[in-house]
Design a protein around this ligand. Structure first.
Ligand code: ADP
Ligand code: MG
Length: 704
């Protein structure tokens, strides 16, 4: 790649975006498609044929040979099956390139191996994929050549969602409908659509590829299962926002260029807290596009890292002892004409609407804290949430001093009359003090923080799709909006009714607001007193999906049916069990074939040295003897722990799949893994580095 990049020129060059469509599609077709995109109207096959043809021509000009319906099954990653554009050879032996409307709208991957949680019996195992025309198609260039990727939803033949996209689109529809009702009540007659906007900040680690390849644990599980802490960790905070090293900078440059071409507005990059940890944030986009873009970001980071001789680790906790990685899901609700419902606004009128919206969010998050927590649960995130690291597993909302003060006044007196910053409040709830944006966001310990004109949900795992958290956010807020609209549409005195609802929501759900230090032990106790759930692990979180409260919520808004929720529960228990099982087996493999043999070699060399010293007639062997005793003791400990883990893993595998098995992995297999890791990490500090069979933490995170 050349050094000079004209970002404006390359941005979106591989995307079948609005500009391209305007240029290439007949006017009528373009209009029809826009209507479909804007009003969610169905696309006729006739129109689809025209679009497909133009899309294919455009993609072929970009070098594309294949197309794929790019979808997001319940594996957490994207899936694709490539079909080339070629038709059957004609008599002259030549082929044509074709792509029909039918092929564009609908695909039929024989996708029976994707997790479906019992939704599909094998005889009807085929699912179908349907184009999400609100997320633009793009051409991706990689070693496979160029592929036209069509963002897609994935369903069973009977229409049940088998993916992340379908329920996300449904939840967007739910919040659109309820938010519009609310806006109309406040006299807005112009906005046509309300969409959740999402900006995910993505954290990741980069390590040297050669070292990575010497670590079976990284290869198989994405995280280190053994490893003693190096002399230096992150205690100096010298990595955070530090100068980006040249090798990393080169990687970032290429990653940005790739992302820009794909229309992903990569905006911010910096070093994160842990050594070798970095972050990339795009400019926010509408939720379904943000979800797709985040998948593209993760894939691109991985691909470009390889081109630079590195590996990108997206696991939530690749290294014990230093910070793990997450994804801050910034979320707001915006109208098509640019009104952000989470913006406090300038007029008294806007302020009242804002306070009502805010009070609805307090209510939604308080009532459905368990669902939000669940949406951030994955096996990797268990090492962060609730495990002495950011953020805590308890859901609470940070509002900032000013807003919290306003709320308190509303609750105690029913009217907010002053602000602590001295800005003037007029009558009632009618005017909020000008909120200084800086004053609202500097609590990094809160899992759900109001940051000026959006909420930042900080629990999400770095490797996970952000679809889950946004499905929950959209739906729970839709519910709270619906409940106030039901009252307000019937109210005689609108102003009074709004006022009462704000007060009621705030008073009833004030317990969810917490501005203090979310990492402290006192908070854990305080939260318990308040009755807030503290859900420590994925296994504990999963049942939230199928409580009566959850089924009622999701069914009411048409986001999930009970059967879909039940299937997801099944898929998640299974995914958890499988992930931990792979980790356990990897530990067994590494300990048996690499570590124990290496330690024995070291012990043998010590014994040899003791013997030769004695043979030379010298007596002073106490150092070697001490080391040998210590090594042998730890070796025995490791061997016993290994034997125990092997037994436990066998039992786990033999169990019936489901909640019981997942719990066994959590309660029994994980501790057995810990028990093996402990002596091995101690051995690493004793054994000759030359003999240790894999790169150390120091090698991995300080020598990238
Ligand atoms: P930081 O949290 O690091 O201070 P910002 O809060 O400025 O950074 O932005 C983080 C992310 O939030 C970015 O992806 C940004 O585009 C996104 N963001 C900014 N405004 C909004 C909004 N109104 N709705 C959703 N996301 C937003
Ligand atoms: Mg932020």
């Amino acid at each position: 790649m050349s050094d000079y990049v004209n970002v404006a020129e390359i941005f979106g060059e591989d995307v079948f975006n609005d500009t391209v469509m305007q240029q290439r599609l007949p006017k009528k077709t373009y209009k029809e498609l826009k209507k479909t995109i804007e009003d969610g109207k169905e696309l006729s096959l006739e129109i689809a044929d025209v679009i497909a043809h133009e899309m294919k021509e455009w993609a072929i000009e970009k070098g594309a040979t294949h197309y794929t319906h790019w979808f997001q099954p319940l594996t957490g990653v994207t899936a694709e099956k490539h079909d080339s554009f070629i038709t059957a050879p004609k008599e002259d032996g030549k082929v044509l390139m074709s792509f029909s409307g039918k092929e564009l709208i609908k695909g039929e991957p024989d996708a029976s191996s994707f997790p479906s949680g019992g939704l599909r019996a094998t005889f009807e195992a085929r699912g179908y994929t349907a184009w999400d025309c609100t997320s633009p198609a793009f051409v991706r260039h990689d070693a496979a050549g160029a592929i036209l990727c069509i963002p897609t939803a994935f369903c069973s033949y009977t229409g049940e969602a088998l993916d992340q996209k379908t329920p996300l689109l449904r939840s967007m529809e739910a919040i659109n409908k309820q938010a519009l009702r609310l806006l109309r009540l406040f006299g807005n007659t112009t906005s046509k659509r309300v969409t959740p906007s999402v900006g995910p900040e993505q954290e990741y680690f980069l390590v040297d590829e050669k070292k990575f390849l010497q670590r079976k644990d990284l290869i198989y599980t994405g995280r280190t299962l053994f490893g003693a802490m190096p002399p230096k960790g992150q205690e100096l905070d010298d990595h955070y926002f530090g100068t980006i090293r040249q090798r990393i900078a080169g990687f970032m440059k290429d990653a940005n260029e790739e992302l820009w071409k794909l229309g992903v507005s990569a905006k911010t990059q910096h070093n994160e807290v842990a050594p070798a940890q970095h972050e990339l944030a795009p400019i926010y986009a509408q939720a379904n596009i943000a979800v797709d873009h985040n998948q593209i970001v993760m894939q691109t980071l991985k691909r470009i890292a390889c081109q630079h001789g590195m590996k990108c680790l997206l696991h939530e906790k690749p290294f014990a002892g230093v910070n793990g990685s997450g994804k801050h899901n910034n979320w707001s609700i915006t109208t098509d004409d640019g009104i952000n419902l989470l913006d406090p606004g300038k007029t008294p009128h806007e302020n009242v609407q804002f306070l009502l919206v805010l009070s609805c969010i307090l209510k939604a998050v308080d009532i459905h804290a368990d669902l939000l927590r669940e949406s951030a649960a994955d096996p990797g995130n268990d090492h962060r949430l609730g495990a002495n690291e950011a953020p805590p597993a308890i859901i609470s909302i940070f509002l900032g001093e000013q807003l919290e003060d306003v709320l308190e006044q509303l609750i105690s007196t029913g009217t907010a009359t002053k602000s602590i910053k001295g800005g003037k409040l007029e009558t009632g709830v009618r005017t909020l003090p000008e909120l200084a944006k800086d004053a609202t966001d500097r609590n990094r310990t809160s899992p759900f923080a109001f940051t000026g004109n959006k909420f930042e949900f900080r629990m999400v795992g770095s490797r996970d799709s952000i679809a889950g958290p946004n499905i929950v956010l959209n739906t729970i807020v839709a519910e709270a909006f619906k409940e106030v609209c039901d009252v307000l549409e019937k109210a005689d005195d609108f102003e009074m009714a709004v006022h009462d609802l704000i007060k009621k929501n705030c008073a009833e759900h004030q317990r969810i607001v917490f501005n203090g230090n979310g990492y402290s032990d006192e908070w854990v106790e305080e939260a318990e007193r308040r009755g807030l759930p503290n859900i420590k692990s994925m296994v504990d979180a999963i049942p939230a999906l199928t409580t009566e409260k959850s089924v009622k919520l999701f069914e009411e808004f048409g986001v999930f049916t009970r059967a879909e929720l039940e299937s997801r529960v099944e898929v998640k228990y299974e995914a958890y069990a499988k992930a931990i099982n792979i980790e356990a087996k990897t530990m067994i493999d590494i300990a048996s074939k690499q570590i124990i043999p290496a330690v024995i070699k070291y012990a043998t060399s010590l014994a040899g040295s003791i013997n030769s010293i004695k043979a030379a007639g010298l007596e002073e062997v106490s150092v070697q003897s001490e080391l040998l005793t210590e090594t042998s003791k730890l070796l025995k400990e490791a061997k016993d722990a290994l034997a125990a883990l092997i037994e436990i893993e066998k039992k786990a595998v033999s169990m019936e799949e489901g909640a019981g098995q997942a719990r066994y992995y959590h309660d029994t297999v994980m501790p057995a893994m810990e028990a093996l890791r402990k002596p091995v990490d101690e051995l690493e500090m004793i054994v000759d580095k030359e003999m240790w069979p894999m790169p150390s933490y120091g090698d991995l995170i300080f020598e990238v």
